[in-house]
Ligand binder design. Sequence first.
Ligand code: NAD
Length: 276
Amino acid sequence: MTQVPEVRLADDVAIPQLGLGVFQVPPAETRRAVSAALDAGYRSIDTAAAYHNEAGVGEAIAASGLPRDVLFVTTKLWNSDQGYDSTLKAFDRSAGELGLDYVDLYLIHWPTPKRDLYVDTWRAMEQLRADGRARAIGVSNFTVSHLSRLLESAALPPAVNQVELHPYLPQTELRTFHAEHGIVTEAWSPLAQGALFTEPSISALASKYGKSPAQIVLRWHLQLGNVVIPKSVTPARIKENIEVFDFELADDDLAVIAEVENGKRIGPDPELFNRA
Ligand code: NAD
């Protein structure tokens, strides 16, 4: 079974460099997908309160019989729960849904600038970490300006920033900022939801290496040092997506992939996203 390398976070917790994402997966299907992933060797699962499938993740974990300490479970605080007290309450709800005493990584899902609550919210995240309810804490969809503001008052810097990132949107400036501040970059929609697979340069590299386009794109991320959480509910694809540790792309080929950059997002702009 494939062994996934780990990336060390600033607070000395190790995160597998590749995990399964379960955005937009209904609860019962989530249980099946997570079970297939655990069977294939995944040990990291990325969910969120807003996905309404934390219970499915928890059921698959319980059914796996795997020791808790070999698993890495990430969940996220939804926008309408930002604020000190409501964050602590929302955490309890998520932990209850997951059937876990603690999570490995708890993230603020979006900065939601209009609410202007993420600094207060971060204090609650720090409390959760101090209490051992979250082994590591981080953010998602934060820009350089949101991170800079948070770092001014944070006792602990975010361990991770999980952002939209793929060859169309490589987030070069943000990745540089992360590196300067010891923040690990985690890529959501790492496959650009499949849009990259028909890029001629990526198809050509798939033929050259005898791998699938998904495997080529995941390898690009891994060689850049990103943590990735590709989503699939299809067991064969779940397995394919983890089988990316037995080959390496040449530097020239990484550069060829980088040429597809167009700066376009699939998801919302974090400066404008304030949904409840
Ligand atoms: P993704 O880039 O992982 O693409 C998933 C889609 O690609 C699948 O639905 C499937 O259609 C296709 N696919 C996957 N593997 C394939 C394969 N081997 N062959 C062919 N097709 C394949 O997109 P995503 O689901 O948007 O992102 C992944 C995860 O990132 C999510 O599940 C979620 O956990 C996380 N995420 C986080 C945020 C956030 O705001 N923090 C936002 C979106 C997603």
